[in-house]
Design a protein around this ligand. Structure first.
Ligand code: FE2
Length: 425
């Protein structure tokens, strides 16, 4: 073996497990492995997890907070307007610089797979060009998947139809959408049909911002599920946000969730952002606005938690810390039962990986040796402490490490060994 991690705990509850690594892949997962490793690390009592995965992010906007001004109302609509003010001034270099800085943060936090939406409504497609270059630049360390996202509406924004096709031709991976931002409900439905047909024709996945509103009558997810079934896209389509489900009539939801399950839709909630963006028109009580996570999980749907934003026009905080995302999701969804808390850890690891369709993800023989050793005994402790990443490994190689904390509290880590901002191609 090239490397053996000795005596670790796994997210599924197994303890005292040795993980043998050879040629960048996991070769053995068993107690007291008799083989010897060229290198061995004692991880006794520490949680060894597959890497964190953020299935919903906006890397083209990340770290732009304050430019050209701050979102004073805190609403989604002011955020979209503010992004519109910023867009004409963006350059490929500036977007790539910010994205690479964020990728450094991600590696330090053991976040090694990210699905990022990329706005295609700027005719110059500078964000697409920048993030395609970033995807190539970071691929040895991060799986970066891009979604062609018509931020200003697929049918509403001039040239969005052509721009989206151009972006896919350039190599963007996934078809996006934003039906609730089209001018009418009918236009929203038409956009879903057109975008799902593009995905079917090009054999691509779909991930739409869908029903990101408090309006209980925003029911585009129903159309998304129906189109998924009509076009045979089961298992390839994701509804992101779905916050209107929080406000929907319970009887309607009792009909909707089985339809979503039949369509094998995946769902991504974004708890950090949903909790501050939704409910802005409410006085008191203020709605939480996150979709119905435990009910969707109970119905068998794959549900992930995404970060969505990090210091951008919509959200002033964030740091690439997916345990913070899980922590917030756990609270907003009231998922404090033992199994439910473990499900929140899955929502930022295995569930998100499944939505992205990552090959070789997990801790089993044959999987990529992409691992995070956490200073915690189990997933719940990892969420509770936002545990220190003692080691971050990619293809069996340590790419970031953080000294253990002396107390039970988390502390900032040192920069990762890899530094995209200074790396020479
Ligand atoms: Fe988003």
């Amino acid at each position: 073996m090239d490397l053996i991690l000795r005596d670790g705990n796994l997210p599924d509850g197994r303890t005292g497990v040795d993980i043998g690594i050879k040629d960048g892949r996991i070769a053995a997962v068993e107690p007291k492995l008799s083989a010897k490793g060229r290198h061995e690390i004692n991880v006794a009592g520490q949680l060894v997890s597959p890497p964190f995965v953020d299935a919903h992010f906006h890397m083209d906007a990340t770290l732009s907070y304050g430019f050209p001004r701050i979102n004073t109302s805190g609403t989604l609509l002011e955020g979209i307007a503010l992004w519109g003010e910023l867009k004409p001034h963006l350059t490929v270099e500036e977007i790539a610089d910010r994205a690479l800085t964020y990728c450094d943060w991600a590696v330090a936090r053991g976040l090694l797979a990210i699905r990022s939406h990329v706005d295609i409504c700027d005719d110059r497609l500078v964000a697409v060009e920048a993030l395609l270059a970033v995807r190539e630049r970071v691929k040895a360390h991060i799986d970066l998947q891009l979604v062609a996202f018509p931020q200003d509406g697929y049918l509403r924004a001039p040239n969005a139809v052509d721009n989206l096709a151009r972006a896919l031709d350039m190599g963007v991976d996934v078809v996006g959408g934003i039906p609730h931002f089209e001018r009418t409900m009918a236009d929203g439905g038409a956009s879903i049909r057109a975008l799902c047909e593009i995905a079917a024709a090009r054999s691509l996945r779909v991930d739409m911002h869908c029903d990101e509103t408090d309006d209980p009558m925003s029911r585009h997810v129903e159309t998304l599920a129906a189109e998924t079934r009509r076009l045979g896209l089961q298992g390839r389509v994701t509804g992101s946000h779905l916050t209107s489900m929080h406000s929907m009539d319970n009887y309607y939801v009792s009909k909707l969730i089985p339809l979503m399950a039949e369509a094998e839709l995946s769902v991504i909630a974004n708890p950090l952002v949903n909790i501050v963006i939704q409910g802005r028109h409410d006085t008191y009580p203020k709605r939480r606005g996150m979709t119905r996570v435990p009910e969707l999980m109970d119905a068998g749907l794959t549900v992930a938690f995404g970060q969505d934003c990090c210091m951008d026009p919509w959200y002033p905080l964030g740091s690439g810390e997916m345990l913070e995302v899980a922590h917030m999701g756990l609270h907003v969804a009231m998922m404090t039962g033992s199994e439910a808390m473990h499900a929140c850890f899955d929502a930022v690891t295995v569930n998100a990986a499944k939505i992205m369709g990552l090959e070789g993800y997990g801790i089993a023989p044959g999987c990529h040796a992409d691992l995070v050793v956490l200073q915690a005994g189990n997933p719940v402790e990892a969420i509770r402490l936002r545990a220190t990443r003692l080691y971050v490994m990619r293809r069996g190689r340590i790419i970031a490490r953080t000294p253990p904390t002396a107390t039970s509290l988390d502390m900032p880590g040192r920069p990762p060994d890899v530094d995209f901002m200074r790396a020479v191609n």
